[in-house]
Design a protein around this ligand. Sequence first.
Ligand code: ADP
Length: 202
Amino acid sequence: MSFTIGLTGGIGSGKSAAADLFAAHGITVVDADIAAREVVEPGTACLDAIAEHFGAGILLPGGELNRRALREIIFNDPQAKAWLEALLHPAIRELIIQQLNEAPSPYVLLVSPLLLETDQHQLASRILVIDCDESEQIQRAAVRDNSDAERIKAIMATQLTRTQRLAKADDILHNHGTLEDLAPQVDALHQEYLQLAKAANY
Ligand code: ADP
């Protein structure tokens, strides 16, 4: 498997912004959120299993998963949530591993909001945490998602706290300033990761 850097951070902390900067260096980015959507696309075994378990009413007229309906079911039913996670987590992990294996760049970035909350962190040789104040996080995510602070806080409550996350970091990107302040930090880490990847492949 490619030398893998796991990038994580709370909602709105700047994961996507940082990933774009690594991608600009030619680094392949594997996104756990995208993998999570791909495993339930029409025609997948997971979507078939979901439709069988919850009934065809869980599908939209076009055959896609009705995410909102599914979210509502699992919000109110812990058993359904456990069933769904037991189905999806291994499938997402398998797809991520496949994408990590296929990555052509010297090292690969695995971006995941739940890297440390799930076993996905086991796929990474190094943990990179992007950090900013919680007030900045809420403000940026609320603007991006056209959402309110309460909703963002509810999502944050399902994620590790800032202190817990930072305690697990090998490297930290400090995203308190502007996006221009982020780029030189990524540039420096990129050089370091190239060296580490080279050493790991000997
Ligand atoms: P995540 O992927 O961690 O949820 P994003 O990378 O999407 O977070 O960042 C959240 C929002 O904040 C985006 O609209 C992004 O453009 C913006 N953003 C990120 N970092 C900064 C920054 N340093 N200054 C201003 N806006 C930022």
